[in-house]
Design a protein around this ligand. Structure first.
Ligand code: FAD
Length: 464
């Protein structure tokens, strides 16, 4: 079976973690003939060559200054030309890169290739010459016909090379080798433009140190206050005409940029693309659930539109939509515009149902889950988890809060044993009152907490 694994080198020079999972998943398939494929600067050639030691039969770097500055659509176009030449049975991509964080390229690539796609893959079950079945994080087991494209969710550890394994020299293909249209590559072919970036300071709070004895009182007081939660959207002073949302979820954001909003029902990507082509709205907003994100990327690839992922606010001057989103794993905030119309964005909607108190268990509380559950029961709280807890199978994925989980905004968010990685913070920073329990005074979570308690999870025992 011929498999193309799409790889990107991270800013740290290492393989993007989700792509490492993709490569490892491909290496585990019997009879796999793997080609590594990457688009990037010439400096990535040695990086790809060294990765062939793990078992890939060839590595191809798509490198040309005309490819520089590509957004997800232009990247998917360029990669698709190489894949057309390679005619694989299977393409395996990481779910997302840590640089772009969009989780769009794989889906757009599949759409361009007319391949069925399975996203959020946790493991490959069975492969025949005609079909592949994968276990996914979001939809259970999914089977599609080959050729197909997978996006890998789980961070498998990539194997180490054998001592005497040999490298295979990476080939370099340029725009002419691919027969690429330069107007569709790189910055020239990218419908989205980053207008500005700034350091992400949102969600920072002044932490007041309290003792465990005060926890019960602070919890009750915070819960009795009305949840200050989401910044309420005021009606748009400057309004974009004809803004469409797919489903109701983006209505949390749409009124901030338009007084003329229409909700489309969910449909297939082809049907939605047709409606958007015919209706020519000025903007289309999508939710951040897996189905909306997949449909949005498929429609963008079908209509050659820009798509800005995971926006946490929107602005307008009445003429155009400005999409604001965290980038570089949440460390910066970028302001983005789309050149073609409609502008399209997925918006980071927050789940508001459930208990006003959520208790998040982090890896520091991994041995104290009975205690955390007892605490949740005492206060009628819902549980939440960090990704590390989920990756270690200590809590289920539907409890995961953060960049690759859900966003929530309860009246009170109590964390126990959570360090406060940016990836976690983006999912909880719209909470009302934040209380953090952690023995490490330097843990970043305290910069995002209203109350801090320097204690271990096990110290909570007398309080449940
Ligand atoms: C692309 C990408 C996406 C990601 N998406 C998410 C996401 O959606 N959500 C998410 O949460 N993470 C996500 N992560 C992972 C994230 O970067 C962190 O690794 C993760 O949030 C850390 O989880 P943690 O706080 O439970 O564990 P750790 O970072 O290991 O922190 C454990 C904390 O427990 C404290 N501690 C130690 N002992 C005790 C004790 N006895 N009692 C109490 N505390 C103790 C420690 O001081 C430490 O601060 C993502 C990472 C990547 C690369």
């Amino acid at each position: 079976m011929r498999i193309v694994v799409c790889i990107r080198q991270g800013q740290d020079g290492e393989i993007n973690p989700f792509d490492a999972a993709a490569y490892e998943a491909a290496l585990r398939l019997e009879g796999a003939e793997i080609t590594l494929l990457s688009m990037g600067p010439l400096s990535a050639k040695d990086f790809l060559t060294s990765l062939t030691r793990l078992g890939a039969k060839q590595a191809i770097l798509l490198s040309d200054r005309r490819f520089a500055g590509a957004d997800t659509l232009a990247t998917a176009y360029t990669l698709s030309l190489a894949i057309q030449k390679l005619t694989p049975d299977l393409v395996v991509c990481g779910r997302q890169t840590l640089i772009g964080d969009t989780a769009q390229t794989g889906i757009m690539l599949a759409t361009r290739m007319c391949f069925p796609v399975i996203t959020n893959v946790m493991g490959i079950h069975t492969v025949t010459t005609e079909k592949i079945t994968c276990h996914t994080r979001t939809e259970g087991d999914v089977t599609v016909s080959l050729p197909a494209l997978l996006t890998l969710e789980r961070i498998y550890a990539l194997r180490l090379p054998r001592l005497r394994s040999k490298t295979i020299e990476c080939q370099v293909w340029n725009a002419d080798d691919l027969g690429a249209d330069p107007a569709r590559c790189g910055l020239a072919g990218s419908p989205t433009r980053v207008l500005s970036t700034r350091e992400n300071q949102s969600g920072r709070r002044r932490c007041k140190w309290i003792s465990l004895d005060q926890l019960d009182g602070i919890l009750k007081e915070s819960l009795s206050k009305e949840a200050q939660v989401t910044e309420k959207d005021t009606p748009a002073a400057l309004s974009l005409p004809r803004v469409w949302t797919v489903g109701d979820a983006p209505l949390e954001f749409a009124p901030s940029v338009s007084n003329d909003v229409t909700v489309l029902p969910f449909a297939s990507a082809e049907e939605l693309a047709e409606r958007i082509r015919a209706g020519a709205p000025s903007a289309v907003l999508w939710g951040s659930d897996p189905l909306s994100k997949r449909l949005a990327a498929q429609v963008a690839a079908q209509l050659d539109l820009g798509l800005c992922a995971d926006c946490n606010s929107l602005e307008t001057d009445g003429q155009e939509l400005f999409m604001i989103r965290p980038a570089l794993s949440g460390s910066v905030i970028a302001k983005i515009r789309s050149i073609p119309r409609p502008a399209m964005a997925t918006v980071r909607t927050t789940q508001t149902e459930g208990s006003p108190l959520v208790i998040a268990a982090g890896f520091g509380a991994k041995e104290q889950m009975p205690l955390i559950r007892a605490l949740a029961e005492k206060y009628g709280a819902d549980l939440a988890a960090t990704r590390k807890m989920v990756d270690h199978d200590l809590l289920p994925y539907d409890l995961q809060v953060g960049l690759t989980g859900k966003s929530i905004s309860p009246a009170v968010y109590l964390t126990v044993g959570v360090s406060g990685a940016v990836h976690h913070l983006v999912g909880m920073q719209r909470s009302g009152t934040v209380i953090a329990v952690n023995p490490d005074r330097t843990a970043p979570i305290f910069d995002y907490a209203d109350y801090g308690i320097l204690a271990k999870a096990e110290d909570l025992a007398p309080y449940v």
